[in-house]
Design a protein around this ligand. Sequence first.
Ligand SMILES: Nc1nc2c(ncn2[C@@H]2O[C@H](COP(=O)(O)OP(=O)(O)O)[C@@H](O)[C@H]2O)c(=O)[nH]1
Ligand SMILES: [Mg+2]
Ligand SMILES: [Zn+2]
Length: 349
Amino acid sequence: MTIHLDDLAAYGWNPFFSAQLDPDDFSKAVAVRVIAVHRNALEVAGPDLAKKVPPYFSDENGNPDNATVGDWLLLDPDTLHPFQRLQRKSLFQRRAAGTQNKSQLIAANIDTLFIVTSCNQDFNIARLERYLVMAREADVTPVVTITKADQVDNAQDYVQAAAKLSPGLLVEALNARDPKCIEHLAPWCAKGQTVAMIGSSGVGKSTLINTLSGTRKITTQGIREDDAKGRHTTSGRTLYRLPGGGWIIDTPGMRELQLTDVKAGIETVFADILDLQGQCKFNDCQHEAEPGCAVLAALEKGDLEAERYKRWKKLATEEALNTSTQSERRNRDRAFGKTIKTAIKNKRR
Ligand SMILES: Nc1nc2c(ncn2[C@@H]2O[C@H](COP(=O)(O)OP(=O)(O)O)[C@@H](O)[C@H]2O)c(=O)[nH]1
Ligand SMILES: [Mg+2]
Ligand SMILES: [Zn+2]
């Protein structure tokens, strides 16, 4: 079997994945991308191949593994059974609540995150910052996509407000129903590029997928969001192929994400505050009332906006709290595990 890398590239394959294989691996495996996740199966696709495979499998060393939408899998060429998942370039995941230290995989190997909001009451700087933190943490390029520009006279005001959030931040205002947005968003939707979308319900994510793909594949809210069983029509995780060769996915599960383990993301989005912190007199400065606090000095001078400082404080506190709660839980579980082991040992004795 010969694999043409150019054909694979149409599915998002790039040198990052090639580097994980030896040249002769290509004759021993079929590389496919997970394009949809169902309860009992993964839908995978590659050049000349589209099929369902089990959602859980063992890698060649017998270790259990599972995959999410966007992942690359190697299939046995004879059985077409998955035996290896390739290392991910990026990953969105969320920590499951509860006592198990398990995370739910949301989407892998995403290049760009469209942070979707609209020119109306949905527009919220704190929420945009939250999503920016997630994008930065996952190593995915954010593009703030502001829909319903056709509904207001001052779309540029929204663009400017968003652009201020981070130097060089990409911001696009558009009408999600207008095919012109294909051109606007083309740089991120080119061949082999993968885009994920995040944003409140009703901002136009499904509309955008439909416009970009030139079809009415997805039910939008104007029609009906829920199907007969009351399930969200957009809750299934599927990568849609765009005519320009890109791939796009709506990620409903990410909206309510608690910020956990996103310290690096916060530090990137609030790099200015991180810089200031480094200049505080005390290493453990809380930036409340300490002498020699560079953060407070910047606030006073007007170099740091009070609102931005408040938003940073809120996110950083939430992150620290969730992350420590998680590690406390882990410790507790570990301690509990030890108790059981000791009990079993004692019993054997
Ligand atoms: N005028 C206008 N309406 C839009 C735009 N984007 C979305 N809509 C409408 O807003 C409603 C919600 O859109 P939908 O795509 O279902 O939002 P989702 O929940 O984010 O998937 C639908 O009635 C769309 O037609 C836009 O840019 N301009
Ligand atoms: Mg939708
Ligand atoms: Zn300080």
